[in-house]
Design a protein around this ligand. Structure first.
Ligand code: MG
Length: 354
């Protein structure tokens, strides 16, 4: 048996830390003297103490350390791998934000961008199976949006969310803080969804993926599993992350993307616009370039038509309207299991025919 001082020295933790870990039930001493209250540790507790110290150095929260310490080595290893994958994915998101802010603070407005405009088309289709269409698709001179409602008032929720953003189509856009404006608009959309849910509570909700054209950039707001893609120079990039349970399992290294495509809970959303929870959407800005083509779609397209085929259809249909209908036809030809909505917008030089 070692006193707390000797044990602290041996495992390179402070006595203060050891007392805290005892209180938090991370590492209980082998014996506590009932008269003096002194703590005594066994030599074979050294390994666990070192593990706790290392996990603290990784930045792992105490509650999670407690879980890891209760596991067998192989399970503990898996848990640490999952934790680290999560840290890296959160760090990547913050790195994107930092890069955006740096760019935003030092960049001067480009002169030629006043010459750009959007040519766009939007359409929503019931699909082949569903009795009603709960999707909403919208495209205007500035605003592009897709929303996929769910629950008893899903159709009302998706259209209320998009309607709540439509003022952006004609609003005066403040220089510099377009993302703040979008974030406020999403709070308005959340309230609109609450009204539309009409007392059905958390069963009703909607995804929302929207782009706001500033004249040189596209501000993105995104929550749920609808998607935004960018076709640039013939390559297709997905610019949104799915807020689904399976995507979080992929990010944590617990599931491969291949396994996810057949996972029984692949449609289960981690986040959506809901009447009962405050919205926490992803927000970011994209620089536009002439020739860029953006696609917004509900999972009725991306869940059934592979990305390679989406890319092929987007590259082989010059007009946005033709592209939208080709994409919806492809979803329906593949069985049309869900409502399907698409918005296609091209960034073109002003005055050029789209
Ligand atoms: Mg859907």
């Amino acid at each position: 048996m070692l006193t707390i001082g000797a044990f602290a020295k041996a495992c390179r933790l402070s006595p203060k830390a050891l007392r805290l870990y005892d209180e938090l039930e991370l590492l209980r001493p082998s014996r506590v003297d009932p008269d003096t209250g002194y703590r005594y540790y066994a030599l074979d507790q050294l390994e666990q103490a070192r593990l706790v110290a290392w996990l603290r150095r990784l930045g792992m929260p105490l509650s999670r350390i407690r879980q890891v310490c209760a596991l067998e080595p192989a399970d503990a290893a898996r848990e640490i791998r999952a934790y680290w994958a999560q840290v890296e994915s959160e760090t990547a998101a913050r790195r994107d934000l930092a890069e955006f802010l740096i760019d935003h603070l030092i960049s001067t407005p480009r002169k030629d961008t006043t010459m750009l405009e959007l040519h766009y088309a939007a359409h929503s289709d019931r699909g082949r199976v569903r009795p009603a269409n709960q999707d909403t698709a919208y495209a205007g001179t500035r605003l592009l949006a897709v929303a996929d409602g769910c629950g008893p008032e899903g159709a009302a929720a998706s259209s209320a969310a998009v309607d709540a953003l439509r003022f952006l189509d004609t609003a005066e856009l403040p220089a510099g803080n377009v993302l703040n404006l979008l974030e406020e608009a999403v709070q308005g959309a959340t309230e609109a969804v609450r009204d539309a849910a009409d007392g059905t509570g958390e069963d009703t909700g909607t995804t929302l993926t929207a782009l706001l054209w500033t004249g040189s950039r596209l501000a993105l707001v995104h929550i749920g599993d609808s998607r935004a893609y960018l076709l640039r120079d013939g390559a297709l990039f997905r610019i949104t992350d799915d807020h689904t349970v399976v995507q979080s399992l992929i990010d944590e290294g617990r599931l491969t993307p291949e396994e996810a495509t057949t996972h029984p809970q692949r449609a289960l959303l981690l986040k959506a616009l809901s009447p009962t929870t405050p919205a926490s959407p992803d927000l970011r800005l994209h620089d536009a370039a002439p020739g860029d083509r953006y696609l917004l779609c509900s999972d009725g397209l991306s869940g059934i038509v592979p990305d390679a085929h989406i890319r092929h259809l987007l590259t082989s249909t010059p007009a946005p309207d033709t592209a939208v209908h080709a994409l919806i036809d492809a979803a329906n030809e593949a069985g049309g299991p869900d409502n399907v909505s698409c918005v296609v917008a091209d960034v073109v030089e002003r005055g050029l025919a789209g």
